[in-house]
Design a protein around this ligand. Structure first.
Ligand code: SF4
Ligand code: SF4
Length: 389
């Protein structure tokens, strides 16, 4: 791993970058172009009637239950400024930035975060306007409202949470690992924001809202963006959820890193091959968009987000196949750490990609049955036969 003076993507900037309008994001267009997100949830209910294995009422209820904390905190806390609960009188005066950064990171890990980095807030990564999806789900603004972050919020704490390796391998069948990641992240960003406010400083906790999480995560040294359009971290690959806290607490920024993802993705196209909606491109990067949900001006592998979302609707569940099949998606164990050391140096990369496939990594798991968490007597017979309508 190399620490960089500036993020790797700087050399890929080929034109004028503009702030992204969140109304053009796939999830927002999903609301305005056919209410796709709601249709996906409707399809998940229709699937219950069809008695599809691994899309049963027990599978469904686990996914929704895992998302509970996210649903509540998004509606009430996320993407907003706010006050301290108790201490509105005192302020931690002139904290040493190195010391308070170290303490903040310890607190973040104690709350349950796996990776944490800090960066200066680049205004370019803040959405220009609220999109329909986040406006509706947070109730913090109206769709189309300008997003104007006061200049005092000059730091972003970027947080990452690992999603369960075994459970996520069930994708594209419903899997509760992503939902659990959202809930844990909502808890962590909200709690960290309250910790900062109790010190007398300002904080805005967000998960997907307010700005583009991936470039902020890259700037803060958590990883690089891969062909699949996701953050790829050194520790967990793309199997992470990202959250952020915008703040005026005087924190020391981290350096961006080079872990070899760019060189790796140039030799690998497994996510593109396995994407059920053909949303991921093969071949070299481009600075052109494939639809209006991509911003132009930077060489990257743009994703056709509407292809992706339309497939989610058909599937009746979100999809993480591009996470499951990625060779960087491994448990953070000694053997995989050793292989990672090699590919970071671009040693035997093609051989490792070949071996990864041969060893069967990335295949869908149909064995892990989280219905086993339920009372066995409920699932003695096919539970879908017990549905009452
Ligand atoms: S989430 Fe699924 S459909 Fe969307 S890009 Fe990834 S693999 Fe393709
Ligand atoms: S599957 Fe391969 S090409 Fe796709 S993001 Fe992962 S390493 Fe890159």
């Amino acid at each position: 791993m190399k620490f960089l003076r500036e993020p790797y993507y700087k050399k890929n900037i080929k034109g004028q970058l503009k702030r992204f309008d969140e109304r053009d994001a796939g999830f927002s267009r999903g609301v305005t172009e056919g209410n796709l997100y709601a249709s996906m949830h409707n399809q998940s209910i229709i699937n219950l009637r069809k008695e599809i294995p691994r899309k049963t009422i027990l599978d469904h209820s686990m996914v929704v239950a895992a998302r509970t904390v996210d649903y509540i905190l998004r509606k009430n806390v996320l993407a907003r400024e706010g006050e301290a609960f108790r201490n509105r009188r005192y302020k931690l005066k002139n904290p040493n930035p190195v010391a308070i950064t170290k303490i903040m990171k310890e607190i973040a890990h104690w709350l349950g975060v796996d990776l944490v980095g800090v960066t200066e807030l680049n205004p370019l990564w803040v959405y220009s306007h609220w999109g329909e999806h986040n406006a509706v789900y947070t109730n913090a603004a109206k769709p189309g409202e300008l997003i104007d972050i006061p200049p005092k919020y000059n730091r972003v704490i970027v947080l990452s949470i690992e999603m369960d390796y075994s459970v996520l391998r069930q994708t594209p069948d419903p899997e509760p690992a992503s939902a659990m990641g959202y809930s844990k992240m909502a808890f962590c960003v909200s709690s960290l924001a309250i910790w900062i406010r109790e010190l007398g400083y300002e904080a805005i906790p967000c998960v997907n809202e307010i700005g583009l999480s991936i470039p902020m995560a890259v700037d803060s040294g958590l990883g690089e963006m891969g062909r699949n359009g996701l953050l790829i971290t050194r520790e967990f690959g793309p199997r992470v959820r990202i959250g952020k806290v915008l703040t005026d607490l005087p924190l020391v920024p981290d350096s961006p890193i080079d872990i070899g993802v760019q060189r790796f993705c140039e030799k690998c196209d497994r996510c593109a091959k396995h994407c059920p909606s053909k949303a991921i491109m093969f071949g070299p990067r481009t600075d052109k968009s494939v639809d209006r949900s991509n911003s132009e001006g930077m060489l990257k592998w743009p994703i056709n987000t509407m292809n992706c979302l339309n497939w989610w609707v058909k599937n009746g569940a979100s999809c993480s196949v591009c996470i499951r099949v990625c060779p960087w998606n491994k448990p953070n164990r000694p053997f995989h750490r050793f292989v990672r050391l090699m590919v970071e140096r671009d040693v035997f990369t093609r051989f490792f990609i070949f071996m990864d496939k041969l060893a069967g990594y990335g295949r869908q798991s149909k064995d892990v049955n989280y219905n086993a968490f339920q009372d066995p007597s409920v699932i003695e017979k096919d539970c879908t036969h017990q549905l009452e309508y």
